[in-house]
Design a protein around this ligand. Structure first.
Ligand SMILES: [Zn+2]
Length: 458
């Protein structure tokens, strides 16, 4: 028997299980055999992993690649960027105040034709039309995740939902059943607006921006939203958790309501409002929600290691440096955040190589839990027979100097500019197709496909 692809000389990092010295075979884009090298079939193509670790392909569930450019245009480059960073599935947030019928029809075809990763869509819930159409979004489009905001992000045109609307949305999601989930931006927007209008604008430091959204505004919403979700028996997914108080609130909320998923982002794990970590970023650190102090960073790492935090997503919003208006003061320069390509490298270098996370835990927070939260498991998120052959080979000893010259996305800057990371993805494989090899994009645009969820996936 000759199979399509064989990976040998590898150590498989299987989330939820452990690390095994084994290779694998791929047939028709799926893993068909996992075995010791002697027992592997012959392949049309054989990849020698050179003793390196193989993880399930990383999933970045949280991007706004379409914030400033049409999705189809932005997505070509951004999915190359994703492949460059070991990512095989990307989640994209869409937002319109009309029906999502047209948004879906228009953008699904791009996800099927230009991408180098697979794609899942999330829809923002803004009005009653959206609430009424949720069953259609799930059954016809396979969109199972719906975003609500307790705080707006006026800089990118997002307004907050009120509590009554949120409560209703949670009820509707619960009625749909799995894999429907409500994604929640946890920040008390009314408090943030109040502080923004009272804080001295003579302040010019990065910390002043963070002080407009004190840590408690996150924790308070985590508790409040979890209370509503428990009453509604609705699954919820907190995006971009970023404070130590938030971690504590999640710990308590999860004890009361089991259907809570929690995500944090690489920038909250690596850069601080006081600019006192290894990465000095200045006004590039103006993000929403804002950066926090060092204690929160360490608490987030603890949360990831301990299971309080389930996933990592980037909140990637690709812009050029000139769009950040960095010559203006902290109030006027542009708020943005990015990090698609460096998500997995941050977990490898700052996580594994600094003993904050095990490699198995990296596979869980970058892939398995994300696939479970969004109804893609076990097609995605693991290394198992029958699962899609979405894989990333990582070399924990590879040193890479980070800078815009090695990045493939729209952003011409990185928070980690000039720093050398140890630990880097060396090959990305999407359903058996190599998309990135040693920093070179070798896949074809259009290899990636849209991923319908729920009954629409059948
Ligand atoms: Zn976001």
């Amino acid at each position: 028997m000759v199979t399509d692809l064989v990976i040998k000389n590898s150590r498989l990092v299987i989330p939820g299980t452990g690390i095994v010295d084994a290779g694998l075979a791929v047939e028709n884009g799926r893993i068909s055999v996992i075995a010791r090298e002697a027992n592997l079939p012959k392949g049309d193509k054989t990849i020698d992993a050179k003793g390196n670790f193989v993880l399930p392909g990383a999933i970045d569930p949280h991007t706004h690649v379409n914030a400033f450019k049409p999705f189809g245009e932005a997505y070509v480059k951004e999915t190359q960027a994703a492949a460059n960073g070991g990512i095989t599935t990307v989640g994209v947030y869409f937002r319109t105040d009309k029906s999502y019928d047209d948004v879906f029809a228009e953008n699904r075809k791009h996800a099927d034709s230009v991408a180098m990763t697979d794609t899942l869509f999330h829809f923002g819930l803004i009005n009653d039309l959206h609430l009424n159409e949720m069953p259609k979004y799930l059954s016809k489009f396979g969109v199972a995740s719906f975003k609500i905001y307790f705080a707006g992000v006026p800089e990118v045109g997002v307004l907050a939902n009120d509590d009554g609307f949120v409560f209703e949305a949670l009820g509707r999601a619960a009625a749909l059943g799995p894999p429907a989930v409500v994604n929640i931006h946890a920040e008390n927007g009314e408090i943030v607006e109040y502080i923004k209008s009272h804080i001295s604008h003579d302040r010019r430091d990065l910390a002043a921006w963070s002080e407009t959204s004190p840590n408690f505004t996150e924790a308070e919403i985590v508790t409040r939203a979890s209370t509503y979700a428990k009453i509604r028996n609705a699954p919820i997914y907190f995006v971009h958790l970023n404070t130590k108080e938030g971690v504590e609130a999640v710990l308590e909320a999860k004890a009361k309501h089991p259907k809570i998923w929690v995500e944090t982002c690489p920038h909250y794990l690596t850069v601080s409002k006081d600019d006192d970590t290894d990465y000095k970023v200045g006004k590039l650190g103006k993000t929403a929600p804002p950066l926090r102090e060092k204690e929160s960073l360490e608490k987030l790492w603890w949360g990831l290691a301990s299971g309080v935090i389930d996933t990592v997503g980037t909140d990637h919003l690709p812009v050029r440096k000139e769009q950040r208006l960095l010559d203006k003061d902290i109030w006027e320069c542009f708020v943005a955040w990015q990090g698609l390509e460096t998500m997995l490298p941050v977990l490898l270098f700052e996580g594994v190589n600094k003993n904050r996370l095990s490699l198995q835990r990296v596979a869980e927070v970058s892939s398995m839990n994300t696939a479970k939260a969004f109804g893609l498991y076990p097609k995605k998120g693991t290394i198992a027979i029958g699962s899609d052959a979405d894989l990333v080979i990582v070399d924990l000893n590879k040193k890479v100097k980070v800078g815009p010259e090695i990045l493939r996305g729209t952003a011409d800057f990185t928070l980690y500019d000039g720093k050398t990371f140890t630990g880097w993805p060396t090959m990305t494989i999407l359903r058996g197709n190599v998309t990135m090899e040693e920093g070179k994009i070798v896949g074809k645009a259009g290899t990636g496909k849209y991923l319908p969820r729920g009954s629409a996936a059948k």
